[in-house]
Every structure is written in structure tokens, then in C-alpha cells.
Design a protein around this ligand. Structure first.
Ligand code: GTP
Ligand code: MG
Length: 350
């Protein structure tokens, strides 16, 4: 989110605009003078006040955006979940699991760090992947700090990732992930490689899956966070709603239960989400591209779909801490991944 859009959301706005509309209420002595100011002067007055109030709000408080980028399957979502301490993003062993930029927010009385988990960087082949790459680009533009995550087993073919970083002025940290699958010598070689290749602010070798010292990780990130008031409410964990998480939970089960083609041809839409006191009633549509995929997804006598439904419902009950009744329907929309009108309808930006 850009600082401009922040100003539209932040409660400080009310403090700024109320005196702007009725300046006399704050400055009774010079009421006549202020009322007679022309509009240009008023705007300048508001702008100065707004800067002053933002300054007061930000004193001693740090806030900023941290973008986690990298190739598919590097472990970006695993890291964000570990840092936020909640399962914000779904994780599977398949590449291109994450399709949206998802914010995970870490709050403390003195700071607010807004992490962006992003889709893995690839060369896009269809409109869905183009939208995924636009989301990565947006997160780079917004970033106060970029964390480039790379898998230690990767063979240095990260050209697509490096191209995305061209022109970015944000400080860069490189994270070499999955060191639990490697040895010390390789780790040292990779650290030297990235240090020389990008001259980042720092290179860290980590295992996102077994992240030990989250507090010192956060301290490191704070070195790059500017003084700024919080961008979101201090109890916010994410920008996404319950419908989004419900659809992601179903998508995760599909990614885990089927081989190559089905997961990538599938989208999940939540068509109804009714929060009754005793039970959440959730209806969903699973979209595939062809009849043959629909048959595979449903399985003989509906067995596969039933399995996915049970598996997803249990996870939802844990996530929402509420009983869930889940309905699933499978629908075919030929080539939906290449059709911009459907992508927009499914929540993918241009
Ligand atoms: N051994 C090991 N596996 C890891 C580590 N971090 C993540 N993984 C595994 O790597 C796979 C991919 O992890 P994700 O967090 O989904 O990766 P991602 O970068 O978000 O992937 P995309 O969303 O596809 O771009 C999963 O099977 C994780 O369990 C790690 O530190 N060590
Ligand atoms: Mg991911």
C-alpha cells in the first residue's frame, strides 16, 4: 500500500480534516482571519497540519512494508507464517501455490511490520500468471525492505527474480533457505555468491521450516523500518477476509491431493458464508477448465471430492474456531486462466 492510500485509511485523517472544515473551532482568536483565507491557503494549512500530526503519531513508532519475493517453492509462505505466528498463507510442496499477494502483520506497541507474501516469480504464460506477477511488482514498489528468498538447492538460475528487482531502491536482504537440507560448505559458498552478485545489505542462511530465533529476526528487520504511524489497526493480522481463507484452505487440499494438472487448473470461489451462532455455513464452487478434470476431481462415486471436503472442513474448523458446514460444487469454465473477465471476477487484479 502506498503512503497515499495509507492517508485515506488512517484515523489521523479525522484529526486533520475536522479542523480543516471548521478551522475557527480550533483557533478562536483568529477565527475571522482563517475563515477568510482563500482555498489555496487552506489546503496548505491542512497539508502542514497533516504533516505535523503524522509526525506526532509516528514519534518513536516504526512501521513499514516488507516484501518477501523469490522463485516458486523457495519457502516464502513458510517464512511469513513463521514470522506472523499464524497460518496466513497455504503451503504445499508444489510450485506456484501462492497466487495472491497476502499481507501478514506483526504488531507490537512500538512497531508494525507488514509482510507481503507473494507468488513465486516466473515468466508468465497465461493471464492468471500475469496477474500473479503484477502482484509481485506491486509489493516491490511498496516495500521499505525486500527480502529475496532463495532455495539453497537452486542452481543460480534466478534471472526472472533479478529482473523484477531492477530499478528498485528499497534495501535488500537475501535469505538462503532450506539450509537444513544442506551442509556448511555449500552454505558458505552461497553466502559468498549472493554477497558478490547483489551486494545486499545482508545475506542470511536460514531454515524457514525450523526458524529458531524469530525475535532477533524481527529486530534485524526493524533496523530498516522507518518511523511511521501504524498503517493498519494494531490488532489486524492480515488484509484478507474469512471468505479468502476458506477458499485457500480448499485450494490447499486440492494441491495436496492431486497431481500436476488439476491443481493448476483449479480455482475456488466461496459463494456463501453464513455465520450462524452455532455453525458457519459455507458454500463453494470449485472451477476447473475441462469436463475430464471435473471427473477426476469428483472421483468414483464422489469419493475424492468427499475426502477433500472432510479434510478442508476440519482445517476450517480449526482456523475459524467454529463448527463448519461445507458445501462444494464443481463447475467447468473452459480456459478460465486466460480470460480476464473471469480472473477479475475471481479477485485477480489486472
Ligand atoms: N526442508 C525444508 N523445507 C522447507 C523449508 N521452508 C519451506 N520448505 C518446504 O518447501 C515447500 C514450499 O514452501 P512454500 O512456503 O509453500 O514456498 P513458497 O515460496 O511460498 O512457494 P510458492 O507459493 O509456490 O511460490 C513446502 O513443502 C515447505 O514445507 C525449509 O526451511 N526446509
Ligand atoms: Mg507461497
Amino acid at each position: 500500500m502506498s503512503p497515499t492510500s495509507y492517508q485515506l485509511l488512517h484515523p489521523a485523517l479525522f484529526f486533520v480534516f475536522i479542523p480543516a472544515i471548521t478551522p475557527g473551532s480550533l483557533f478562536s482568536k483568529s477565527k475571522m482571519d482563517i475563515v477568510s483565507l482563500n482555498w489555496t491557503a487552506k489546503i496548505k494549512f491542512v497539508s502542514l497540519q497533516s504533516k505535523f500530526i503524522l509526525f506526532i503519531f509516528s514519534m518513536g513508532h516504526q512501521a513499514g512494508f516488507v516484501s518477501i519475493i523469490g522463485k516458486p517453492n523457495a519457502g516464502k509462505s513458510t517464512l511469513m507464517n513463521a514470522l506472523v505466528g499464524e497460518k496466513m498463507s497455504i503451503i504445499t510442496s508444489k510450485a506456484q501455490t501462492t497466487r495472491h499477494r497476502i499481507l501478514g502483520i506483526v504488531n507490537n506497541p512500538d512497531y508494525q511490520i507488514v509482510f507481503s507474501d507473494t507468488p513465486g516469480i516466473i515468466k508468465p504464460h497465461y493471464a492468471l500468471q500475469e496477474s500473479m506477477m503484477h502482484q509481485v511488482e506491486g509489493s516491490i514498489v511498496d516495500a521499505d525492505l525486500i527480502m529475496l528468498m532463495t532455495d539453497i538447492n537452486e542452481q543460480h538460475d534466478e534471472q526472472d527474480v533479478l529482473e523484477k528487482l531492477e530499478g528498485s531502491l528499497a534495501p535488500l536482504i537475501v535469505l538462503i533457505n532450506k539450509i537444513d537440507e544442506s551442509d556448511e560448505e555449500t552454505v558458505m559458498q552461497k553466502i559468498a555468491y549472493w554477497q558478490e552478485k547483489l551486494q545486499p545489505k545482508a545475506v542470511y542462511a536460514i531454515s524457514a521450516l525450523h526458524l529458531q530465533d524469530i525475535a532477533s529476526f524481527i529486530d534485524t528487520i526493524l533496523e530498516y523500518m522507518p518511523e511511521h504511524p501504524p498503517y493498519y489497526e494494531k490488532d489486524a493480522l492480515t488484509d484478507r477476509n474469512d471468505r479468502f481463507f476458506a477458499s485457500e484452505i480448499i485450494r490447499e487440499k486440492i494441491f495436496k491431493s492431486y497431481k500436476k494438472e488439476i491443481p493448476y487448473s483449479t480455482e475456488v470461489i466461496i459463494t456463501a458464508f453464513k455465520e450462524d451462532e452455532k455453525i458457519y455455513r459455507i458454500s463453494s464452487e470449485i472451477i476447473v477448465e475441462r469436463d475430464s478434470q471435473k471427473n477426476i476431481l469428483i472421483g468414483p462415486g464422489g469419493a475424492m471430492l468427499k475426502k477433500i471436503g472432510t479434510y478442508a472442513r476440519k482445517d476450517m474448523e480449526e482456523f475459524f474456531q467454529h463448527k463448519v458446514f461445507l458445501e462444494m460444487f464443481v463447475k467447468v469454465i473452459p480456459d478460465w486462466r486466460s480470460k480476464k473477465n473471469y480472473l477479475k471476477q475471481f479477485g485477480y487484479e489486472d
